[in-house]
Design a protein around this ligand. Structure first.
Ligand SMILES: [Zn+2]
Length: 343
């Protein structure tokens, strides 16, 4: 779990390759309408304890879009409370204008770039875990595949004997099938081990931060794995550089991300659910750019911080990427990966 075995980051990446600027304004407007609809049901929001460790102690962290975030007094997980009930969340994702806009415009405009820059490196990383921990490349299960880009890359690579996704949303399930991916169109909590015929590796990228009950999700993943089977999760790191610097202004702090774990707290949650954590790393590539953009837009003021002014603004071309690599290699980036195996 040290920097030395940190997985290669892949090449330098910019957010502009993932979401073209000219599409952002419409997407932000759609997202704002979604949030307003969700806030109209604020009387159905539910107060929760820390989703990682169950602690009742907390400090208020920040407010954003009318939602309140807390910092756990024990494990420092940032979490939304009160938070939309499971029913409100389900309704939100079903009727989201933001997701519809993504599906129609942003995704088609950026899928090729995402495939090369994100999903192929992710597959390499997953295969690295299999090699390091001698896990057979039998069946790979992805939970919450979205439009199926990663699963399609994994399927086409033939690195596993079989690739399956579990996706309950009919539009996303159809998108996965269109990409040649085998789909089980169910909610993960309804899936039974025998439906899958044995799974060696479960991956779930950028899902757990959205869930009302992350502990139930991890428990279900553990149930679906044999002894020694791998669970690989990615999500934002609530202690990462961009969230630490920008607080509520960080992109990762939003209406959907109700759980912002950190390397220790997510590891603890997995350990408590019958898993042995093998590696917790932060192979992020965008923190420095996000903070730089915030400084250039005047959202934060670096005038009292000549060091960051130099790294992120004045000497960005030469220092930006090495600085990002430093963050990633020391568990200081806001993009977290945890790999664990079933005990
Ligand atoms: Zn906690």
């Amino acid at each position: 779990m040290t920097a030395e075995n940190a997985i290669p980051l892949g090449e330098q990446l910019s957010e502009k390759e993932l979401c073209p600027d000219e599409l952002l304004a419409e997407q932000e407007a759609a997202f704002a309408r979604d949030i307003e609809r969700m806030q109209q049901r604020a009387n159905e929001f539910i107060e929760v304890v820390c989703p990682a460790c169950g602690s009742y102690t907390y400090q208020p962290a920040f407010e954003k879009f009318g939602f309140s975030f807390r910092a756990c007094g024990d494990c420092e997980t940032l979490y939304m409370s009160p938070r939309p009930s499971p029913a409100v969340m389900a309704d939100y994702y079903t009727h989201s204008e933001n997701y519809a806009y993504w599906a129609k415009y942003i995704f088609p405009a950026s899928e090729a770039s995402r495939r090369e820059k994100i999903h192929k490196p992710w597959l390499e990383r997953v295969l690295g875990f299999c090699d390091r921990y001698a896990v057979p490349r039998g069946t790979l299960l992805e939970i919450g595949p979205g439009f199926g880009t990663f699963a399609a890359v994994a399927t086409a690579s033939q690195a596993f004997n079989r690739v399956i996704v579990v996706e309950a949303n009919p539009d996303m399930a159809a998108a996965c099938r269109d990409r040649g991916v085998e789909v089980i169109e169910q909610r993960v909590e309804d899936v039974k081990g025998e439906d899958l015929g044995g799974v060696n590796v479960i991956v779930s990228f950028e899902v757990i931060e959205h869930l009302f009950e992350p502990r139930e999700f991890v428990t279900q993943c553990a149930h679906l794995l044999p002894l020694g089977g791998l669970l690989i999760l990615s999500c934002p790191n609530g202690q990462g550089f961009d969230i630490a610097m920008l607080g509520a202004k960080a992109l990762a702090v939003d209406a959907e991300h109700v759980n912002l774990f950190n390397p220790q707290s997510l590891s603890q949650l997995l350990e408590n659910c019958g898993l042995e954590v093998l590696e917790a790393t932060t192979p992020g590539r965008l923190d420095a750019e996000f903070v730089r953009e915030a400084a250039l837009k005047g959202d934060i003021d670096l005038s009292g911080d000549p060091f960051l002014q130099r790294v992120l603004v004045d000497d960005w071309e030469s220092l930006g990427w090495p600085f990002q690599q430093f963050l990633a290699h020391h568990n200081l980036s806001s993009h977290l990966w945890v790999a664990a195996r079933r005990r």
